[in-house]
Design a protein. Structure first.
Length: 189
């Protein structure tokens, strides 16, 4: 893939400082809070060049929607334009299906795989969501492991960040502790 130049901005939200990069096609990447602004910018850049810029109106609206959403005012991001150039077809299908999950609702990796016509591809769906460049707008945080467990979350802060975002949407995840095998007979406790 060719290196390109994206514009970017950093902005404060109720869960911390986020970043957003865009092209003329739409939003190219969103970065959830990182340990520092410098790390956030590096992650936004990936293999592209970045230049800080004042967001155009459509991007400024998306920034404001993200702020409001993370403050508990549920937003619908389905109309926010995304730059999906360079994204594999399977990942694009996963992201399109995930965008249809409404705030306050969750689904599983397996259910999302079925929705895109790939039953049995839950692991591949999880990998695609782990590389999701459009966090919040493509709500990977709404996708859970089997039995409603939180599953993974690759953003800085891990599952704590996932819980905070879901909490802003009115979803509280149960704390489920893993079962421990003890004793010589493998009895479950």
């Amino acid at each position: 893939m060719n290196r390109r130049t994206l514009s970017y901005t950093l902005f404060d939200t109720p869960i911390g400082r986020c970043g957003l990069a865009w092209s003329e096609r739409g939003i190219a990447r969103i970065q959830l809070p990182e340990a520092s602004d410098a790390k956030a910018v590096r992650r936004l850049a990936m293999n592209d060049d970045l230049k800080m810029a004042e967001p155009p109106p459509a991007v400024a609206r998306a920034v404001e929607q993200i702020r409001r959403h993370l403050d508990g005012d549920r937003q619908d991001f389905r109309e926010v334009p995304l730059d999906t150039s360079g994204i594999a077809d399977f990942h694009r299908r996963v992201y399109q299906a995930a965008r249809k999950i409404s705030a306050g609702r969750t689904t599983s990796y397996g259910e999302l795989a079925e929705r895109i016509g790939a039953p049995g591809a839950a692991r591949a769906v999880g990998q695609a969501l782990g590389r999701n460049p459009f966090a919040i707008i493509v709500p990977c945080h709404r996708v859970l492991a089997a039995n409603g467990r939180a599953g993974g979350f690759s953003a800085h802060g891990g599952l704590g960040t996932k819980r905070r975002i879901l909490g802003a949407e009115g979803v509280e995840l149960e704390e489920r502790l893993p079962r421990r095998v003890t004793g010589s007979r493998g009895a479950m406790k």
